[in-house]
Write a protein that binds this ligand. Structure first.
Ligand SMILES: NC(=O)C1=CN([C@@H]2O[C@H](COP(=O)(O)OP(=O)(O)OC[C@H]3O[C@@H](n4cnc5c(N)ncnc54)[C@H](OP(=O)(O)O)[C@@H]3O)[C@@H](O)[C@H]2O)C=CC1
Ligand SMILES: C[C@H]1O[C@H](OP(=O)(O)OP(=O)(O)OC[C@H]2O[C@@H](n3cnc4c(=O)[nH]c(N)nc43)[C@H](O)[C@@H]2O)[C@@H](O)[C@@H](O)C1=O
Length: 360
């Protein structure tokens, strides 16, 4: 039981999910939340993390800080993804243990499951066959994170729970044209091409003022802007998306992910997450998703319809597709009392409305 005055540390409280978890906890009346920006506390720095825990002594911890990115970032910056994520987890989970934190929630990812896992992927698909290569280093770090939670809980009686989210999207998403996940990337690419097609230079410049691309901001010459955007597949009448468009993905609105996370934090104990009578394998983590999937091409069509784009989509098959299918079995989450409500088409429209407000 976590009371409303409990001191809860949300690591990554400015990120896509961390910010939504902070808001969800505040809306539920939790008044003693603490967070540090990356500039204030580098979670890679073990001594600094220890000093922070010494000073603050949180009662509960939500670990939503991680080195995160889409398929291209994961496959290019492999060392950063495994090293930073292992280090952040090691520091935050380790100091939580040393400081007697009563409850901890760790956010992993459904990319922990094998590339060719049986679909939908239940928690027991973990470690049954090889991983998808594009994000293998990140997935291995996340598997280590969930096993840290499980092992501390089994050996020392801690209450550390690991949730494995499907692909997420929502306010404060990362809209980088190369390093982000598919939904924010597609939305921004199609939006920029739409503005070029409409000749809406003012809106185009405003977009680049907020989120410069390769050092080009809204004050650059239009010819320079068009040259840079073209490198990312964005032209006046066409947008080039990645891969074949055939992979299947599942998407959960970030504020729903936050609600599921807080539901688990408040209502689920480690002992509820596994069956002690099971024989050898006790997978204690919990999948979080919708159990609904779409092809990437369908997702692109939702984006096109939402924006009202009149140009053409093209597909660059030289870019990686990644895992062919990643559908989450959410029966365990449902048994624990949480269901999603927002379907993808509605979520895309919510995301576009948020994006047009011009916030970061
Ligand atoms: N987005 C998605 O589709 C999915 C996300 N997840 C998981 O959910 C969790 C939240 O992800 P999401 O909100 O999307 O990620 P974001 O990148 O939006 O947020 C992560 C936060 O962690 C902070 N952070 C990263 N490194 C450090 C560091 N060394 N020290 C301090 N802070 C740091 C970032 O700060 P800064 O930006 O300043 O570096 C940022 O605020 C992560 O564990 C992620 O792996 C799982 C599945 C899908
Ligand atoms: C959440 C999850 O996210 C990552 O896995 P992913 O789902 O493969 O990543 P993604 O969202 O970047 O792409 C999904 C699909 O979409 C296609 N695609 C088309 N056009 C664009 C495009 O413009 N950008 C991107 N990023 N993808 C595109 C792309 O080719 C792929 O087929 C993991 O690395 C790992 O970090 C993880 O846990």
């Amino acid at each position: 039981m976590i009371n409303k005055n409990a001191k809860i540390y949300v690591a990554g409280h400015r990120g896509l999910v961390g910010s939504a978890i902070w808001k969800n906890l505040s809306d539920r009346g939790f008044t003693n939340l603490i967070g540090r920006t990356h500039a204030e506390l580098d979670l890679l720095d073990g001594a600094a993390v220890r000093a922070f825990f010494d000073a603050e002594r949180p009662d509960a911890v939500v670990l939503a800080a991680a080195h995160v990115g889409g398929i291209m970032a994961n496959s290019r910056y492999r060392a950063d993804f495994i090293y930073q994520n292992l280090q952040i987890q090691q520091n935050v989970i380790g100091e939580s243990f040393r400081h007697d934190v009563q409850k901890l929630l760790f956010l992993g990812s459904t990319c922990i499951y094998p590339r060719n896992a049986r679909q939908p992927m239940s928690e027991d698909a973990l470690l049954t066959s090889p991983l998808e290569y594009t994000n293998e280093p990140y997935a291995i770090a996340k598997i280590a994170g969930l096993k840290l939670c499980e092992s501390f809980s089994l050996q020392y009686g801690c209450n550390y729970i690991a949730v494995m989210p499907t692909n997420l999207y929502g306010p404060r998403d990362n809209f980088h044209l190369e390093r982000s996940h598919v939904l924010p990337a597609m939305l921004r690419k199609v939006h920029l091409s739409h503005l070029l097609l409409e000749g809406n230079e003012t809106a185009l410049r405003r977009d680049l003022m907020l989120r410069p691309v390769e050092g080009i901001d809204g004050q650059a010459a239009m010819s320079d802007i068009e040259t840079v955007l073209k490198k990312y597949g964005i032209e006046r009448e066409t947008v080039m998306l990645w891969g074949t468009g055939t992979p299947l993905r599942e998407f959960l609105w970030s504020e729903e992910m936050a609600d599921a996370s807080v539901h688990v934090l408040l209502n689920v104990d480690f002992a509820d997450t596994y069956a002690p009578d099971d024989t050898e394998v006790r997978n204690c983590h919990i999948n979080v998703g919708t159990g609904r999937e779409h092809t990437i091409r369908q997702v692109a069509e939702f984006v096109v319809d939402t924006i009202g784009y009149k140009g053409e989509l093209r597909w660059d098959a030289s870019k990686p597709d990644g895992t062919p299918r990643k559908l989450t079995d959410v029966s365990k989450l449902h048994q624990l009392g949480w269901h999603h409500k927002i379907e993808l088409q509605e979520g895309v429209s919510l995301l576009y409305k948020w994006y047009l407000k011009g916030e970061l």
